[in-house]
Design a protein around this ligand. Structure first.
Ligand SMILES: Cc1cc2nc3c(=O)[nH]c(=O)nc-3n(C[C@H](O)[C@H](O)[C@H](O)COP(=O)(O)O)c2cc1C
Length: 402
């Protein structure tokens, strides 16, 4: 029996060639919100390397929502054509394409990670060329020393729901197969969900139902204009540092499912400045898989597991044990964009990996496998070529993922 990792998955009208997903990852390479050849090269590697579903990074529905001046945007029509070119390239190499639509709210407008990720002034030359006021559900800063956002008016909240819908329409025009609503990591949707960040007294604050309203209205609005045959994902922080519990996520997932969300992408945290530091101590292989399992079981919805999924057999076991339907890899795919090929070989189905490469690569590798080691690496080769051997060092360097 072929491994589940390489068994195609159908979601609505979409068929994924395997269950390996490139997790959304900011590359901080956009220019005034536009994609460029860096994105073609960067994302192209994963499509060519055999990944089933390739995610564009968190792309903002409103310029005020950019985390940094180098975020991608989809807040106007001009963004569609250059994105469509990249989407077509990825599809031509057999990958399905996804885009994550987000807004950073009170966590917007900061410097780049390697510049300290500190609040950035809204000054010409530093900005992305658009209005960049810091807004949030309430005038509560992300942490001490962070700027206080302006509380969004009710009308502005409705405008943002609409902005997500319009961005999804543009994503459809660009040819994407999947849209994901970014509801995690302490960004705007998560801020509305949080009792801590959301102190509103209108219908968007207070009770659990009120705090979920923004997320659910966005899901409804996006679903209304996102084609029925295309899947819709929602990334959630399954638990956070300010009291959001897995039970809350299960309840949210049930509501999202009722509104046409197909997959919950299960991440965690991001609500406080200390979370990234805390996570260094607690991170371990598959540290969020248990959330994917709990939400899948509790809400009866498909889930995607993410977070230090490194090894082929680890990924296969997550699927085999019914903990998730998809596995997303971030840094391990950055490390090795050909991970799917490597994984296929390690799971004893090298031919499936090679078959997903361009013929001009696959032909030669298949031939080499046939002559050298019958499609399976020898013990010696596992020893020197094991991409996972550097994993402990990468775990230690996990700070600042969000
Ligand atoms: C450079 C970098 C950028 C990231 N950008 C995003 C993003 O745009 N949206 C998001 O939801 N998560 C983002 N993440 C989190 C990843 O999607 C992923 O959940 C996290 O890295 C854990 O998976 P991993 O251990 O396989 O890297 C980012 C992570 C990294 C390392």
């Amino acid at each position: 029996m072929d491994p589940l990792l390489f068994t195609p998955l159908e979601l609505r009208g979409l068929r994924l060639r395997n269950r390996i997903v490139l997790s959304p990852m900011l590359t901080y390479s956009a220019e005034r919100g536009f994609v460029n050849d860096f994105h073609l090269m960067h994302l192209g590697k994963f499509a060519v390397g055999g990944t089933g579903l390739v995610f564009f990074e968190s792309t903002k529905v409103d310029p005020r929502g950019c985390t940094t001046a180098r975020d991608l945007g989809l807040w106007k029509d001009e963004f569609v054509a250059p994105m469509a070119r990249i989407v077509a390239f990825l599809k031509a190499h057999g990958a399905a394409t996804a885009i994550q639509l987000g807004h950073s709210g009170r966590k917007a407008r900061s410097t780049l990670p390697w510049e300290g990720r500190v609040p950035s002034p809204d000054l010409p030359g530093v900005d992305h060329g658009e209005e960049w006021e810091l807004v949030g559900p309430s005038a509560v800063p992300h942490a001490d020393g962070f700027p206080v956002p302006r509380e969004l008016t009710r009308a502005e909240v409705k405008d943002l729901v609409e902005a997500w819908g319009k961005a999804a329409e543009r994503a459809n025009r660009a040819g994407f197969d999947v849209v994901e609503i970014h509801g995690a990591h302490g960004y705007l949707i998560h801020q509305f969900l949080s009792e801590h960040a959301n102190r509103r007294t209108d219908e968007y604050g207070g009770s659990f139902a009120n705090r979920m309203r923004f997320a659910l209205e966005i899901a409804e609005r996006v679903r209304a204009s996102w084609p029925a045959e295309k899947p819709l994902f929602f990334r959630a922080s399954a638990v956070d540092e300010e009291g959001w519990r897995i039970e809350d996520s299960i309840a949210l997932a049930r509501e999202l499912k009722a509104r046409g969300v197909d997959v919950i992408d299960c991440s965690s945290g991001g609500m406080t400045a200390r979370s990234a530091v805390e996570s260094v101590r607690t991170l371990r292989y598959g540290y969020q898989v248990e959330y994917a399992a709990a939400i899948r079981e509790g809400a009866g919805i498909a889930t995607m597991a993410v977070g230090l999924i490194i090894h082929a057999d680890q990924a296969e076991q997550i699927l085999r044990t019914g903990q998730a339907d998809l596995v997303a890899l971030g840094r391990e795919l950055l490390h090795n964009p050909n991970w799917p090929v490597d994984a296929a070989e390690k799971l004893g189905v090298g031919r499936l990996g090679y078959g997903q490469l361009p013929r001009s690569y696959g032909y030669w590798l298949e031939k080499r496998a046939g002559t050298n080691y019958g499609g399976r690496p020898s013990t010696w080769q596992v020893g020197i070529g094991d991409t996972a051997s550097a994993a402990p060092a990468r775990i230690a360097a996990s700070e600042g993922l969000r």
